[in-house]
Write a protein that binds this ligand. Structure first.
Ligand code: UD1
Length: 350
């Protein structure tokens, strides 16, 4: 079951490994993300099979969206009676599928289980906690996540440290990323930065958005910054002055391959995304995370990630530091391109 942009890169290696093992999962897309560049382009580029079902749920407030997701998923699960439901990450589709499946007594496997920011103002944290509580199989990307599950009373045979399926997808494409093409398509010089901002905590509050824009203005005074902007933050960030900074290029959301190529060639990445913290760690690109916490601390302790919040002075000082003296990180254990295979094996062998 997939629903939103970050799910597709996580599901792709699991689905293809299941197919290689002669198992054909029913692929359900809830339609939480529906714009071409937020959804379909990922299916095309990753070679994911067309979804067997597209529930077309779309956007709404958290309650509206989650309720609509649950109604549509309940109909689908009752009709198709799956023997197991596999959910990915922490989006509202993940939570909705876990709740519906658990109440229909269908076992749930959670891919990317046990991550915790310990910040319940993040909708994703609520989704992660509920999904893990309802799952009987937990596929974990990072050792500390096993401890989080244990602390919440989830342990034993169902918890498997398997590596990171989103990194499987990155490693699959890494050698084919066309950095030159992506750079020239956006008229970028050799040295440039990439930024993404979409989290409610950053784009719903105009004062926070102003601080971020001030930080980006400083970075843009040193090198051009390209920002593929999620639709969610467009209005508030524009009102905070994002479009008026010389050196900042705001563009539409990009497909997976173009975005990865731009990141792979960047001197610096600034982001509030979860997945990008992991991808920059593997690419060895300095990443400033525009948040006070992360559910992926291994990217800070081992990788090339630093938490800088939304304060312009912290952002500027950290950018100055890492543009002159970039960090050297390591790739976390088992982020080796084989997580999808490990997960598929556990799913098939039970
Ligand atoms: C969701 C996830 C978030 C993830 C992000 C990645 C939840 C709670 N949040 O946030 O964890 O990091 O996806 O992108 O599930 N919209 C469009 N076109 C689309 C999809 C959304 O224009 O195809 C706009 C709509 O105005 C919508 C808003 O974006 O209301 C928010 O979409 P939604 O799916 O609710 O959450 P995201 O912010 O995308």
């Amino acid at each position: 079951m997939v629903g939103a942009r970050p799910n597709f890169m996580k599901a792709s290696p699991v689905v293809s490994s299941l197919i290689e093992l002669n198992s054909r999962p029913l692929l359900v897309h809830t339609g939480q993300h529906y714009d071409h560049e937020m959804s379909q382009i990922f299916f095309q580029q990753l070679g994911l099979p067309e979804p067997d079902l597209n529930l077309g749920v779309g956007s709404g407030s958290h309650a509206q969206q989650t309720a609509a997701l649950m109604l549509a998923l309940e109909r689908a699960f009752l009709e198709h009676r799956p023997g197991r439901v596999v959910v990915y990450g922490d989006v509202n589709s993940t939570l909705a599928a876990a709740v519906v499946a658990a109440k229909l007594e269908i076992p749930v496997a959670h891919v990317e289980a046990g991550l915790r920011s310990f910040d319940r103002t993040m909708p994703e944290e609520i989704n992660r906690i509920v999904t893990d509580a309802l799952s009987d199989l937990h596929f974990v990307t990072s050792p500390e996540a096993v401890d989080h599950l244990r602390a919440e009373g989830v342990s034993g045979d169902g918890v498997h440290l398997v590596g990171n399926p989103m990194i499987d997808t990155l490693l699959r494409f890494r050698d084919h990323l066309d950095i030159e093409k992506a750079r020239s398509a956006h008229r970028l010089p050799d040295r440039y930065a990439v930024a993404t901002i979409h989290r409610p905590a950053n784009v719903d509050d105009p004062i926070v958005a102003k601080g971020l824009v001030a930080g980006l203005r400083h970075v843009a005074s040193r090198l051009p910054v390209i920002i593929p902007l999620h639709p969610r933050g467009r209005i508030v960030l524009s009102e905070a002055g994002l479009d008026d900074i010389a050196g900042v290029r705001v563009v539409e959301p990009l497909g997976y391959l173009e975005f990865m190529a731009l990141m792979a060639g960047a001197a610096l990445v600034l982001t509030d995304s979860g997945g990008i913290q992991e991808e920059t760690t593997v690419l060895g690109i300095p990443c400033l995370t525009l948040r006070e916490n992360t559910e992926r601390p291994i990217t800070v302790s081992m990788g090339t990630n630093m938490l800088v919040g939304a304060d312009p002075d912290r952002i500027s000082a950290a950018a100055d530091r890492w543009l002159t003296d970039p960090p050297v990180g390591q790739v976390p254990p088992l982020w080796d391109g084989l997580a999808g295979q490990r997960i598929a094996k556990f799913l098939i062998e039970g």
